[in-house]
Every structure is written in structure tokens, then in C-alpha cells.
Design a protein. Structure first.
Ligand code: NDP
Length: 293
């Protein structure tokens, strides 16, 4: 069994980005710049945005965070987006989700300038991804595609079962893997809460991508021998064995599934770090587009 090490791979990609950013600055250009908008005081969102700031800093990308109060109106948020859309010094813009209930998320996403939409959530960018045009890929699927590529996991002609159909993971993953590309060219089955005979389907999979948000849902009896397992799930569970009092587990029961798999991502240290680095890749891409590169 091969462990697909997302932490190590992400560290390598960060080094590559850092070198490229250093080269840009050496050429007397300004560094790429990512802006994040955070609305409200959700602690998890606050943590995610802090991680993004730290990640940018680690590779020399400039980051700015616009913190707006939880009573910010939709109009005020759209005005802030408008301001950033028009700032030529800012190359990438993300709005941290979820947004407070009184704000229409879809309207907000559609308001971001597609050329700065480094989350890849704008309908225009989703459309481009779907028809195979160059664009920003949503971070988690992008990170998974990089892992498959760098670990030389052959997806062509393989049966790939994706558990989950969310707009940020399952759906884009199914599109990317079924595209005529490498990685890609897979025969994809996307499963969701209404899927019948789930176990029968997963047992026929050469590759399983688990993104259903159910702790340790995928067990050994659901996996055929030598399948490749990509575990997207992240769940915090109490633990008396760690200093923090909790530990992280995925959507896959790692210990037993790993015995049957030919390759598998761990949690933590698998898809999570790759999701983080994918945002940096998209920000660098956004910068390069403004320079015609
Ligand atoms: P969502 O909750 O948006 O989607 C879950 C999907 O799983 C839905 O399509 C749902 O079906 C399906 N589902 C739920 N229960 C079952 C079941 N019993 N059988 C079959 N299908 C089921 O999740 P996300 O895609 O946002 O996230 C999935 C997991 O990945 C979460 O644990 C999340 O924390 C984690 N995550 C990790 C990231 C990382 O960087 N590692 C990034 C993003 C997410 P239906 O559509 O019918 O409701």
C-alpha cells in the first residue's frame, strides 16, 4: 500500500510557488496579491482565513483581509467586492463561505470578477472548467488532481466512484475526472444520499473519492482489492490521546481500508494541505494572467 502524502506534496508545491514569486520580484515586478473578505464572526471561517493569510506569507504572496461585521448588508458586501474588482494591484479575490443568512451567496459569487475568482466558484469559471477551457479549478478538486498527477495514478479507463455531489467537491471532481485529459478519461459514477446499492457500486470502483461528510463511512467491505482511495472528509472527534483533546478523522475508516487499498490518502495530511496550496496556485495563475503569461 502506498501512502499518498498530501502534506509532503503540498510543501513541495509551496517551494515551487515561492521560487516563482521570488523570480517575479527579482524582475522588479510586484508580488501577486490575494484579498479575502470575511463577513461575520464564525470562528471556523476566521481560522480558515488566518490559514490562507499564513499560506500566502509563506510563499511571498501579499494577502489582505477585509473583515466585515455580521450585520453587513448585501449591498455593502457587493460594494466591497466592486472596490476590489477594480483594484489593479489585487489579483485574486475570495469571499469566505458560509455567508450570513441575509446575504444571497449566489449573487455574491457572481459579482466577483471572474478573472479574480481564485476559488473557481463563479458560474463562468465552472462553465469553462466543464468544457475544458483554462480557468481556476475549485481548490479541493484541484488539489486532488495534483495528487493524482504527482503520484502517477492512472485514471484513464478506470471506474472512479465519487461519494458526494457538492458544488465545491463532488460535482467538479466528477467533471474533471471524466474530461478528456490526464488525469481524467475515467468512467465516473457520482453517488449521493439517494443512491441505491451504494456498496455494490463502490465495490466495483478502481478509484474512490469520498466526500460525503460522514465519519469513517467507507469501510473495508465497500472497497475492492487494490483500489485507490482519496479521502476528502475532515471530522474532529474527542480524543484522550492528544494534547488538544481531539483528533481528525476522514470519511474513510483508514486502518481497515488501507489494508485493501493500493494507495490511500491519510487524514490529516492528505487532501487538506493540497486544498490549501491549490488556492496559492490559482492566485499565482491570476497574477500571471494580468502579465499575459
Ligand atoms: P456536503 O455536505 O456539501 O455534501 C455531502 C454530499 O454527500 C452530498 O452530496 C450528500 O448527498 C452526500 N451524502 C451524505 N450522506 C450520504 C450517504 N449516507 N450516502 C451517500 N451520499 C451521502 O459536503 P462537502 O462536499 O462540502 O464536504 C464533504 C466532506 O469533505 C466534509 O467532511 C468536509 O468537511 C470535507 N471537506 C474537506 C476539504 C478538505 O480540504 N479536505 C474541503 C471541503 C470539504 P445529497 O446531495 O443527496 O445530500
Amino acid at each position: 500500500m502506498k501512502l499518498i502524502d498530501g502534506k509532503k506534496t503540498a510543501a513541495k508545491i509551496r517551494e515551487e510557488i515561492k521560487a516563482e514569486v521570488a523570480q517575479i520580484i527579482d524582475n522588479n515586478d510586484s508580488a501577486p496579491h490575494l484579498a479575502a473578505i470575511l463577513v461575520g464572526d464564525d470562528p471556523a471561517s476566521d481560522t480558515y482565513v488566518s490559514h490562507k493569510e499564513k499560506d500566502c506569507k509563506s510563499v511571498g504572496i501579499i494577502s489582505s483581509v477585509y473583515r466585515l461585521g455580521k450585520h453587513t448588508t448585501e449591498k455593502e458586501l457587493l460594494d466591497t467586492i466592486d472596490f476590489i474588482n477594480n483594484d489593479e494591484e489585487i489579483h485574486g479575490l475570495i469571499v469566505q463561505l458560509p455567508l450570513p443568512d441575509h446575504i444571497d451567496m449566489n449573487r455574491v459569487i457572481s459579482y466577483i470578477d471572474p478573472v479574480k475568482d481564485v476559488d473557481g466558484f463563479h458560474p463562468l469559471n465552472i462553465g469553462k472548467m466543464t468544457i475544458g477551457q483554462s480557468t481556476y479549478l475549485p481548490a479541493t478538486p484541484y488539489g486532488i488532481m495534483e495528487l493524482l498527477k504527482r503520484y502517477e495514478i492512472d485514471t484513464s479507463g478506470k471506474h472512479c466512484v465519487i461519494l458526494g455531489r457538492s458544488n465545491i467537491v463532488g460535482t467538479p471532481m466528477s467533471i474533471l475526472l471524466s474530461r478528456k485529459s490526464d488525469p481524467g478519461n475515467a468512467t465516473v459514477t457520482m453517488c449521493h444520499s439517494q443512491t441505491k446499492n451504494l456498496k455494490e457500486i463502490t465495490r466495483s470502483a478502481d478509484i474512490i473519492i469520498a466526500a460525503i461528510g460522514q465519519p469513517e463511512f467507507v469501510t473495508k467491505d465497500m472497497v475492492k482489492k487494490d483500489a485507490v482511495i482519496i479521502d476528502v472528509g475532515i471530522h474532529r472527534i474527542p480524543s484522550d490521546k492528544t494534547k488538544s483533546g481531539f483528533r481528525l478523522i476522514g470519511d474513510v475508516k483508514f486502518d481497515e481500508v488501507a489494508k485493501n487499498a493500493s494507495a490511500i490518502t491519510p487524514v490529516p495530511g492528505g487532501v487538506g494541505p493540497m486544498t490549501r496550496v491549490a488556492l496559492l496556485l490559482n492566485t499565482l495563475k491570476a497574477f500571471k494572467r494580468t502579465r499575459g503569461l
